[in-house]
Each structure stands twice: as structure tokens, then as C-alpha cells.
Design a protein around this ligand. Structure first.
Ligand SMILES: Cc1cc2nc3c(=O)[nH]c(=O)nc-3n(C[C@H](O)[C@H](O)[C@H](O)COP(=O)(O)OP(=O)(O)OC[C@H]3O[C@@H](n4cnc5c(N)ncnc54)[C@H](O)[C@@H]3O)c2cc1C
Length: 436
């Protein structure tokens, strides 16, 4: 294993910094076990960090920081079952092309790909699709190093460990390998177009249920929305990706370079934001293309922001959006970022936002140079009135008492934690808050 200087660590959103005592790059589960045993004997904490793409302090540490970059890549492919075992530090952007080379893909994913597989699954990262769960729903097995340095292979044979560990918040141990149930590689036809929000809400059920992956962005202060419908294509369909020029114009110039300028201007002149939003909404034009699933799911995100996202029961969505609209209008806050709305199927993972519930996901964002607190506080109160479950990696203020009321298996998770990490070698202040 190698160690690097223990400089300060900060996350992508610049909301959290850490001063670890050491940064270590283990190469195997055995090395991880040795690190955990040594740290536990010295009363030190250990925290694996992925790509730092969580907005919360879930990855913060004042102990030993583990970088899992030496435990990465595909370790085994079972072509008969589609099960693929990967090192925990594998990045999504490395995994997707590697899977494609085997004719395989993840069933679903979110909208960026720098995350590690262990980091993404630990916080319940999800994409959109009413018949599909978050990424952790595709986990068939996990290898974990527990608080006493034991290496455990977790499968569905152990209902409790499997229920708890797939979305483990980094609280149960260090994940060293994950086996995913992959699907044959598939092309998606992407159709993106603007639509008025009332029209979206009128036809919502059909839009959600009749598309494999449906989501929309709503521009606050306006009734402009941008819809994204991604659907699997019939066998034999030819790949027709976006032209480089169109990608550069839409995804780089308008969504990133131009959007950064809109946000800088909006910060200096907040009263212009409603007109800027209407202008940005008006620039959106329809486009269609067909590409490999991971190319369609992922978009570049170069404008830095803060984000809060809650899962709410799907049926509550129209009421929640009306309440958000009401709050934004009454508050006088000027919101330059569109609100993102996605959908996912229920799962059986204890601390997954999707636990036994069909959800809509509502995500609010704020440009990183602006103060997000009043906006997020106002909207979080609305989510609270609708049984909202916060994304573990995105900003929220809930503590264990509040979370217990939103997760039926909350105390069962805590019991597994007591068993796997009785000394709390893997804890930090965020976990102390959310798990108690
Ligand atoms: C621009 C951007 C876009 C995003 N888009 C989406 C999206 O579309 N959908 C969505 O749901 N989320 C999204 N997120 C949130 C993101 O997917 C999650 O926060 C995810 O956890 C980040 O993965 P990471 O590798 O950066 O993990 P980190 O943030 O580094 O760590 C997250 C947690 O995982 C733990 N962890 C990491 N490795 C291990 C390990 N080996 N064993 C045990 N625990 C481990 C860490 O200790 C920590 O507790 C986005 C975030 C950003 C910044």
C-alpha cells in the first residue's frame, strides 16, 4: 500500500473540508483489514473517500483517509448471469466503457459519472425511471471489511446484512468489492423538448409510465420546463449520437459556459433572474439522438453548485411543486437553477430513499457563490410535510430522530452497525448526527 501526504481534503461542492492524519492507498481487502485493525487499536477513525461528490459531510474525516483507487477495475465477469465484480474504487466513467467491451451495462444511472461505485451506492445514488431502482438495487454481493478487520462477503443469503449494507452510508465498514447484476448493453433514444409546466403535470402519469427514463427540469419564476424522455430502441436500431457541434453548443456552451455567465450576472443582479430564466427556457430547443445508455444518461456539469434532493411519494409531486412555486414567489428569493424532477421504483434496501416506496425526486440547486441557506430551508420544510427522505449525499438538516420516522428499518440498520462497528471506527460527525 502507498501513503501520500495528509494534506487537506475538500469535496466537489467546496462545502466540506477534512484534515486527515494520513492518506493511504490500499491495494487489497487484506491491506484494508490491516489498516482498520491498526487504526482501531490506536483509537483512530478510518474513512474511505470516493470522488468527493457528496455535498454533505458524509465523507469527512479527522482520521485515516482511504483512497480506493488501487482497488479498482473489473475483477470478474460471469457472462451467463451478467454478474460483474468490480473493485470498490472503480469510477463510473471507467466502468461504463469497460462493461460495454463485455456487451454489458448498468441498468440505470444518475446524470454524472466521476463517482466511485462504492461512494455512489453508499449514498443511494439514483437516476430516473419508474420501473427502475437506484444503482444499489443492482448489487448482488459486496465484500466488506468490518470494524474488527474481518472480511465479509455479503449476499442476499444474509437478509439483514444485505438489507443494510447496499446503502451503508460508509457506516458499516469499508467496501472493497461490489458485484453488480448487469444487463446486455443497450442503446437509448433520447428525446428532449421544452413544454409548459401545467401541460407536464396534466400528462404526468403517462409521461412517467410510458417512458423508460423520464425526467424534467422546471425553471422557477416561469412555467417553462425541459423534458427528457429516454427509451430503449428496437433490436437493429442504428446508433445516431449527437453531432460534436450540437453537443458543444447545447451541453458545453448553453448548459455550462453560458449558464455560468447567467449565474454570475444573476448574482450581481438578482432581480434579473426571472427574466434570465425565461430567456434560458426560451433558448431550449428540441433534440433527438440515439446512443449507448451511459452516453445518454451523463451530461457534463462544470458550473459548481450546492444541492438538496428529497424523495417524496410520487403522488405528492404536483402538490409539492405548487408549494415550491408558492414559496419562491412569496419569499422574494431569486432562483437561477432549474429544479430537477426524477422518478424511481421501490426497492428493499433499508436506508434507500426508495425503501418500499414509489418516489418522485425533487432536487433544488444554488450557484456555489450564492447563499443557499434560506432557499433550502424553505423548501426542506415543504419536503418535511410530504414524508420526504433526503438523499444521503445531498444537503439536508435532518437528524436521527427525524430520520427514524421516515425509515421503517432505521433501528434495524443501527443494530447492524452496532454489530459491525461497535467501536465506531467508521463514524464522523455527519454519521453521529444522522444515525445518533
Ligand atoms: C455534479 C454532481 C452530480 C450528481 N448527480 C447525482 C445524480 O444524478 N443522482 C444521485 O443520486 N446523486 C447524484 N450526485 C450525488 C453523488 O452521486 C453522491 O453523493 C455519491 O455518493 C458520490 O460518490 P463519490 O464516489 O464521490 O463518494 P463520496 O462523496 O466521496 O463518499 C460518499 C460516501 O461513500 C462512502 N464510501 C466511499 N467509498 C467507500 C467504500 N469503499 N466503502 C464504504 N464506504 C465508502 C464515503 O465514506 C462516504 O460516506 C451528484 C453529485 C454531484 C457533485
Amino acid at each position: 500500500m502507498s501513503s501520500t501526504g495528509a494534506g487537506a481534503w475538500t469535496n466537489w461542492a467546496r462545502t466540506v473540508t477534512s484534515e486527515p492524519t494520513a492518506v493511504v492507498h490500499p491495494r487489497s481487502a487484506a491491506e484494508v483489514a490491516e489498516i482498520v485493525r491498526t487504526a482501531a487499536a490506536q483509537g483512530q477513525r478510518v474513512k474511505p473517500v470516493g470522488a468527493g461528490h457528496s455535498f454533505t459531510a458524509i465523507a469527512q474525516t479527522d482520521g485515516v483517509l482511504l483512497r480506493m483507487d488501487q482497488i479498482a477495475g473489473i475483477q470478474h465477469v460471469d457472462h451467463a448471469t451478467g454478474h460483474v465484480r468490480v473493485g470498490a474504487g472503480t469510477r463510473l466513467h471507467d466502468l461504463n466503457p469497460a462493461l460495454l467491451a463485455h456487451g454489458l451495462a448498468l441498468p440505470n444511472m444518475g446524470d454524472v459519472d466521476p463517482q466511485t461505485m462504492s461512494g455512489a451506492t453508499a449514498t443511494g445514488t439514483h437516476g430516473t425511471g419508474a420501473k427502475l431502482t437506484g444503482i444499489a438495487g443492482a448489487i448482488a454481493a459486496l465484500e466488506i471489511v468490518t470494524g474488527d478487520g474481518t472480511i465479509v462477503e455479503v449476499t442476499s443469503d444474509d437478509k439483514d446484512l444485505f438489507g443494510a449494507a447496499r446503502v451503508g452510508l460508509g457506516a458499516l465498514g469499508i467496501v472493497t468489492a461490489i458485484t453488480f447484476a448487469c444487463v446486455p448493453a443497450f442503446l437509448l433514444h433520447a428525446r428532449e423538448e421544452p413544454m409548459r409546466l401545467p401541460e407536464v403535470l396534466d400528462g404526468l402519469d403517462a409521461l412517467v409510465d410510458d417512458n423508460d427514463h423520464f425526467e424534467f427540469y422546471w425553471f422557477p419564476h416561469t412555467d417553462c420546463a425541459l423534458l427528457k424522455r429516454n427509451n430503449r430502441v428496437p433490436e437493429g436500431t442504428v446508433r445516431a449520437p449527437l453531432s460534436k457541434a450540437r453537443f458543444l453548443l447545447d451541453d458545453e456552451v448553453l448548459s455550462n459556459g453560458g449558464f455560468e455567465i447567467v449565474n454570475r450576472v444573476g448574482r450581481l443582479r438578482p432581480s434579473w433572474i426571472p427574466r434570465l430564466n425565461a430567456f434560458s427556457g426560451g433558448l431550449l430547443s428540441a433534440r433527438e439522438y440515439t446512443d449507448w445508455s451511459h452516453e445518454v444518461f451523463v451530461s457534463p456539469r462544470r458550473v459548481r453548485f450546492r444541492e438538496m434532493e428529497y424523495a417524496i411519494p410520487r403522488a405528492h409531486l404536483p402538490e409539492v411543486l405548487r408549494a415550491i412555486d408558492g414559496w419562491v414567489n412569496a419569499s422574494g428569493e431569486q432562483i437561477s437553477f432549474p429544479i430537477e424532477v426524477r422518478f424511481a421504483a421501490p426497492d428493499d434496501i433499508w436506508l434507500s430513499t426508495g425503501y418500499e416506496r414509489e418516489n418522485a425526486y425533487v432536487a433544488v440547486h444554488m450557484y456555489h457563490r450564492s447563499d443557499h441557506r434560506r432557499y433550502f430551508e424553505g423548501i426542506e420544510a415543504i419536503f418535511g410535510e410530504h414524508e420526504g427522505r433526503p438523499h444521503w449525499g445531498k444537503m439536508h438538516t435532518l437528524d436521527a430522530d427525524a430520520l427514524r420516522t421516515r425509515y421503517p428499518r432505521f433501528d434495524d440498520f443501527r443494530a447492524v452497525r452496532d454489530r459491525l462497528d461497535p467501536q465506531r471506527t467508521f463514524t464522523n460527525s455527519y454519521l453521529d448526527r444522522v444515525l445518533g
